[in-house]
Design a protein around this ligand. Sequence first.
Ligand code: AMP
Ligand code: FE
Ligand code: FE
Ligand code: ZN
Length: 288
Amino acid sequence: MSGLIDLHSHTNASDGTLTPNQLIGLAQHNGLTALAITDHDTFAGYEAALPTARAAGLDLVCGIELNSRLVLDDAAHTRFAHMLVYFPNNKPSSEFNNWLLEERAERRLRNEKLVKALQERDVDINLQEVEERGRSITGRPHFARILVEKGYVADFSDAFHKYLGEEAPSYVERVSKTTEEVIQLARAGGGIPVVAHPVRLGLPRAAEAALLERLQKAGLAGLEVYHSEHSPALQAYYRDLAAKLKLLPTGGSDFHGTVKPDIDLGSGRANNVHVPIDILDGLRRFVQ
Ligand code: AMP
Ligand code: FE
Ligand code: FE
Ligand code: ZN
């Protein structure tokens, strides 16, 4: 079968702006034959989109994007690594779903702390108004929208710079499982764990390759090769690295709707994402 596929997208069940049904409509419009919905911390968008996707003959793949705490070799250094987990043939186990409940509870606690930290900086904001925008999960992008609307900042990136990002005085860190723990939970739950947009780790190439090798030994199954933030040269580099480390190559646009208007579903930023269709076959073979 030919056609476009996209294995990384968000609905308004997390921090995207399209409803699940609107996303399916756009997938059809853009000529996709397969799409994975990979909302942060929730399957709600995927579940809501299933009937529409079936009716449209679109191959909808179950996925999720999770935060993890990556401990680098010199232990003092940690950073956050996004993990994609795919369930292309099967449902997540009930243990995995129970763990997600805990993740969402932890996220809510973080949001409460973040509201307090902002109020201490004289920002007029409350949890209820943030959660009204968040539906299934509420995240920092919802905070950012309010900060923009109320005129505290000029735009999204300003909101992260001044109030929400790691460098801001009101930053509140999430309590996350380590990357290895997320890999274990994903594998035990029947999923395929993949390191998302590795470019964002910001590691030198040798350190990045060593890290991925370490994670592969801990059960990591794939590496996101094709992504809107990866240049064509970087995609070629990651494709070779994935092959060398025996990791499944995956990819997608990371479409979020109007909050990231330069990224289109299926084709990424200025047409820089073209995910080969056999990538999905590779995922399906892995869990069959
Ligand atoms: P959360 O999961 O609630 O901590 O929010 C994380 C999300 O915020 C990420 O998935 C991004 O979509 C967004 N985000 C994080 N940092 C920035 C930034 N500097 N500028 C714009 N969006 C960001
Ligand atoms: Fe996001
Ligand atoms: Fe991400
Ligand atoms: Zn994403």
